[in-house]
Design a protein around this ligand. Sequence first.
Ligand code: UTP
Length: 294
Amino acid sequence: MKPVRKAVIPAAGFGTRLLPVSKTIPKEMLPIIDTPVIQHVIEEAVEAGCEDILVILSRGKESLEDYFDRSFELEEQLKVKGKTEALESILRPTRLAHIHFIRQQEMRGLGDAVLMARQFVGDEPFLLLLGDTIVRSNDGTAVSKLLADTYARNEGPVIAVEPVAREAISRYGIVDGTEVSDQADVYRLKTLVEKPAPEEAPSNLAVCSRYLLTPDIFDLLATAKPGKNGEIQITDALRRLAAQRAMFARRIHGRRYDAGNKLEFVKTNILFALERPDLRDKLTAFLKELVSTL
Ligand code: UTP
């Protein structure tokens, strides 16, 4: 069995939920304090052992390429001024992994974006991470690492899932599976249901933007019929994959931070700022004062 060394990060979507800013600033480049969302996503893939990462872009998203490139003039300036910490912070993204870029020509959906990665992936297993969402587990283990471990043990594709409230079920892909008896939080997948009504949902476990896939997904994506809005959905291909081979879901104990949604984006910034020693105390004082006036 081949180890997981490659990751694919779709980041080509229009991000219409974040307009007007996403007209010129890709949502993946929006800052969580001072670090773009996409850097958190790439760091997660690196923690899971990925050395080669393909980011799927579209027109107008060149700032992602620039961000992961060197900036010699700025580096020189910071060196001369002795700003070591700032220098380290701009070098870090350039040293994370081999980061490759490709363009999705037409925004034909997530499934179509993933299909762009076929050549890059070749015959290896790969991680798929949505570029606008940060996911963290409570104990700090990278969610992608949990998926890679589950894959190594079961030799089948794995989807990260998390429980969602009943009223949220109809917004997600929901899994139908049975618990694997000797593995905590691992389910053998029967099928997936896209956006079911709560009373028809097979569980409350929702697909949560991280997948460990095998190259047989590409044939299924290539033959997938466009769904609503003419987009190629990934759920259909995953459902067909689950029908033809053993496939798994890994329940995550943690939190998803969807930066493609305005309210979640604001919450993410507050939560991450509260974890930062340089910001925590002053922000806490500000929030307490603010709350007392609400
Ligand atoms: P979303 O469903 O969030 O779509 O895509 P979107 O277009 O980016 O955002 P909204 O709904 O218009 O606000 C989920 C992920 O799939 C990528 C997005 O970049 C995001 O990471 N995606 C989506 C593509 O790469 N290509 C597509 O054609 C569609």
